[in-house]
Design a protein around this ligand. Structure first.
Ligand SMILES: [Zn+2]
Length: 84
């Protein structure tokens, strides 16, 4: 089973599992976290996976740079790690 951390922080697959949507649907999830996950996933549409030899880079430097524009990303990630 893909964990939330796989999906948000170090995921190998770009599509989200049903699990993450189940968690995001729960009323206990802060709005900030829902917004962050959506922002993160939308960035994946803008920044395709790059291939460096046999390595795949899902979160490219450009991706990470743009992700910093989301205010509260650190807090959202910390909340998600607490779930894993
Ligand atoms: Zn990602």
């Amino acid at each position: 089973m893909a964990t939330l951390d796989d999906a948000v922080d170090g995921h190998r697959e770009l599509d989200l599992s049903g699990e993450i949507f189940r968690i995001l649907d729960s009323k206990d999830v802060p709005r900030l976290v829902v917004d962050y996950v959506m922002f993160h996933e939308m960035l994946h549409l803008r920044h395709p996976v790059e291939h460096a030899g046999a390595r795949r880079c899902i979160h490219t430097p450009a991706f990470k740079q743009e992700e910093k524009r989301f205010v509260g990303a650190r807090e959202a990630k910390a909340w998600l790690r607490g779930l894993a």
